[in-house]
Write a protein that binds this ligand. Sequence first.
Ligand SMILES: *Cc1c(COP(=O)(O)O)cnc(C)c1O
Length: 392
Amino acid sequence: MEYKTNSQRGLNTHCTHTGEIPDPVYRGSVSPIYPSTSYEYEDVDIKRYPRYFNTPNQEGVARKIAALEKAEDALVFGSGMAAISTALLSFLRQGDHVILPESIYGGTFHLATTQFPRQGISFDFVRTSQIPEIQSAIRPNTRVIYLESPSNPTLELTDLSAVSRIAAEQGILTMMDNTFASPVNQNPLEWGIDLAIHSATKYMGGHSDLCAGAIAGRSELIESIWNTAICYGGNLSDYSVWMLERSLKTLGIRVQRQNENAGRLASYLSTQDWVERVYYPGLNSFPQFELARRQMRGFGGMLSFTLSEELPAIAFLKALKLVKPAMSLAGVESTALQPSQTSHSLMPVGKRLELGITDQLIRFSAGIEELNDIVADLEQARNWVGERQNSL
Ligand SMILES: *Cc1c(COP(=O)(O)O)cnc(C)c1O
């Protein structure tokens, strides 16, 4: 389970090469796929089996992800939720308490609210951007503090080193869903967080065509998770793991481009009178800009903005031609959605509005297209909707 990673390598070299499987027979340039579910066991020190997370392709990709997260080890899962549920259930047991962010991914919210009560695990949702709220939620039986930063959809940040310091003092484990930032922009382990978790369906996959998850951390923690993981069986299949390796080769350049597009788009939107508010950690005007600069290397490909009242969000989304109104995020194509009607539709209206998630809020996932074409699309949608509104 222990991997030696050449930590001297830089980001894009890890993306391209770390964990690749040599092909000494044919000298092919890419890792061969090993679909075997059965491996001879004599004279070898490892028993390979897909659900043991140790086929050659699974191990290779885990090694690449460990390198990207600056971790000793990693495991690759069949979905982000397989990674999240396995991570949490590896450490939480009956009687334990866990602190979760108020603006948490919907699937993780569902996991906590529907599954934890049956297992005797208690939880509190707090605004993790407010350190005192975390401190006052800590109980003697708090076992895990779970974080997401930036949050969905308002990109609120949590001070990772402050949380990890508090948690370490009290022997509490910290986990962080790093999906939105990707390892290109932020490494939670560098700030003392114990485990970095990903929905690899998003930036790691990056082409909206594969579902996967990952956890990275110290070997001893990954070993504990592995013991639970082989029971739940949430491993990723051979072909998908190979696809994930292929996708990760371009993670660095994709995300760097998405950062650039999102940053420039956020600046542009901030100057527009048809936009009331822009949420992007890389804007000078973002309330947590200093924290963003401290703990993130890049500000990410996700931004949100509130349209002014004259432009109904549903009509605006429908009028877009290049940008797809789509669920999910992080693909090479730009997508947009209205959180109040999709990801946050089940949240009570009062709570939703308190978090700034009005019907006019649009969440935007920047792709890799030419920025001018994205802006032109937003402008034509704005003009089209604006003219129709005026003629009403
Ligand atoms: C999509 C997503 C998940 C869940 O991942 P799946 O691959 O869909 O299981 C978890 N966290 C965040 C932040 C996500 O965006």
